[in-house]
Design a protein around this ligand. Sequence first.
Ligand code: AMP
Ligand code: MG
Length: 714
Amino acid sequence: MTVFDTVLIADWSAATRKPVKESKDAIWLGVARAGLAVEQVYCRTRLEAEAWLDMFFASERSAGRKVLAGFDFPFGYPKGFARQLTGQDDPFAVWQWVSQRITDDEKGQNNRFAVASEINRAFPGAGPLWGKPSEDSWPEIPYRKSGIIYDLVAERRKTDLVAKAASSCFQLFFNPTVGSQLLMGVPTLERLRKRHQAAVWPFQDIDGAQLVFAEVWPGLIEGAVKQALANGAAEEIRDKVQVRLLSQALSGLDERAFSTLFDAPSSEAKEEAWIFGAGCGQLLDRQARLATTEADMTLAPPPLRNDCFALPAGVDWTPVDDALAHLRDRLHPVTAVETLPLSLALGRVLAEYVVARRSNPPQPNTAVDGYGFAGPAADGAQVLPLVAGRAAAGQTYDHAVPAGYAIRILTGAALPEGVDTVILEEDVTCDGAKIAFNGPLKQGANTRKAGEDAAEGDVILSKGRVVTPADLALASATGVSHLAVRKPLRVGVLSTGDELVEPGEAAAAGQIFDANRPMLLALLATMGFEPIDLGKAEDDREVLRGHLDAAAERVDVILTSGGASAGDEDHMSAILREHGAMEQWRIALKPGRPLALGMWQGTPVFGLPGNPVAAMVCTLIFARPAMGLMAGADWQVPQGFELPAAFSKRKKPGRREYLRARLRDGQVEVFKSEGSGRVSSLSWAEGLVELPDGAVDITPGTPVRFIPYASFGM
Ligand code: AMP
Ligand code: MG
C-alpha cells in the first residue's frame, strides 16, 4: 500500500527561457503513480512550470488524490540565516521575504542578483552569497568563495552534510547554481503552497495533508540514473531520466518506507529544511534501480481482454442495441494521458475533470457603458454629482465612491467600492459635473455578479469530453492554462481483396479501385482519431497475418474491410478464427452484416464488410462509439431528429435498417437504390435514416428518424 496516490518531482532551473525543443537544464517535471511513471513534462520557463503545476494540483485535488511534490532545491538556509535577514527563525519569513522581491518574466529574465545583493547587505563582511556571471558586475556579490567567512551562518546545512551533497545554497553561479535555484524557486513554492493548501515538510505537520511539498535531491539516486543512462537511455536528457526515476521510485514506496523517510530528522530541520531521503540514500537508490528495469513503462491503461468481443452463446441474430451494449460494457480507454497547453488541446478527449481556477467574472463588473452608484434609485427624477475619474475594463478605480455620488463606468470595468448599480449612458443627461435620470432602477441593474458564469472550484468540463473551441474559451476565462488529455487513438486501416488497385494505377479487367481505404482514413480523421494507412493486402492468409502482426505493433485498433463473412474467400474472418479470438458478429442490421470482431496480439480488430456502404454504416454505428471508449471519450449516441418522410417504404420485422438520406424542405429524402455497392449514394446523402427493428409502413409524411452525418462526428 502506498501513502501517496501521485508523486511529482520537479527538477528546477534558474535559467532564462529554453528552446521549444526538449533540452537539458530546463525545468523537468516527472509524474508517477503506483510505481509507474505517467509522464515527464518539459517546461521552457518557470512561469510555464508554475501554470502547469497549478493546473496539476487542482486536477489532482478534484480527483481526490493525495500528492507528494518534490522540488530539487533547498527549502531553507543554514541556521541563523533567517534571523539575520528577517529577524525571525521562521523559514517561511524567508520565503515571504524572497517572494516579495523576486521578479521573473516569460523570457525567464529575473532580478536575482539584485535580490542577492540585498541579502548580502544584511550580513557583515563579504557574502554569504557568491558567484556571478562576470567579475565586474554586482559589487556586493563576491565572484569567488575564497575570502568569505561562514561564522554567523554555516556554509552548509545539516542535511547537506548528511546527504553528502556537494552544493551550498549560497552559490549563485557556476555549477551547481543551487543558490540561484533557491531564489528562483521559493517564490513559486510560496504561491503554490498558499493556493493549494500544501503542507511543507518538515516545517509543517503533514498528517492528513492532501498535498505535501518536500525538498528532494536527485543525487541520492545517482547510481540508478547512471545505470539507466548506460542501459539504453543514453539518448535521453539526463534531467528527464532523473525526474522519471525519482518520481517512479518514490511512488513505489510502501507505508513503512515513507514513515522512515518522513521521520523528523535533526532539530535544525525545522528551520533549515531537510532533503527527503537524506541518510536513507541506499533505500531510494535501490528503489530507483528497480524502476530502471521498467524505464519504458508509462502508465498506459491495461490492454483489453482477449474475450472482450465474445457474444453470449446461442444467439442467432444479435439486435443492434444488444451489440452496442456489449461493446459499451467490455471496452475501456487504452490511451495514455498527457498534459497540454490550451493551444494544443482542441479535439482531444479530457482525461480528468476540469476545475475553475478563478471565478468568471472574477469580480462584479458592469455590463454596459454608463454611470455607477449605490442602488437602488427611487421613482422619479434623480440627480447625482459625479466623482472625478472613471472605471474602465482593466483600469480599476481605486477609491470608494461616496453614497449619493456616481462615477463614469465602461463595459467590463470592475465595480468600484460603493457601486453596485449602473444606469445606461443612453438614459442619462450629463453636464460633466453631475448626471440626471429618471428612476426607478433596481439595485444591481446592468451589473454582472462575481462568479455568475463560473465560480472558482466549479467543475467546468467533464472527463471524457472532446475539447471544443468554446471549451478553450471557458478554460481560459477561468484561469486554466493546461488540460490533462488523452493521446489520440491510433487506428490503422487495411483493405483486403485480390481485386483492389490503387487510384491512379492501371486497372485490369476484374479489378476495382479501392474506395474504402480513403473513405475510412478520412472518416477517422474527422472523428478525431489518428488514422494510419496500413495499405492493402491480397486474399492470402499468410500475407494477411504478416500485415496484422506489423499493424498490432503500431496501432491501438485495426479496421479492415473485406473478407469478413464466412465464405471460402473470407480470409479475414478465417485467420481471426484460427487465432482463437474471433467472434463472428451476426448483427440484425442492414446494410452491414456480418462483422468480424477479434483481438490480434492484444489489438482489437474490426473486420468490416467490403461493400463500401456497409463498411461506412458499420463504422458509424459500431466502430465509432467503440473507438470513442477506447480513446477515453464518453459513450457517444448520435443525435437524430424525427422528421416527415418524403418517401414510401414497407419494412419487415427482424433487423434495423439504415437508409442513405438527406433533408430537403424539412422532409427526409432517401436514395433511389438501396444497393450496398452504391458508393455514389454515400456521397449523395447527408445523413442516415434509422428504421426500427420492428415492422414499419412508411408513406410520405410519416415521421422518421434522421441522423445527420455531423451527429457521427463527420
Ligand atoms: P467482401 O466483403 O470481401 O466479400 O467484399 C464485398 C464486396 O465489396 C465485393 O464486391 C468487393 O469487391 C467489394 N470491396 C471490398 N473491398 C473494397 C474496397 N476497399 N473498395 C471498394 N470495394 C470493395
Ligand atoms: Mg473480398
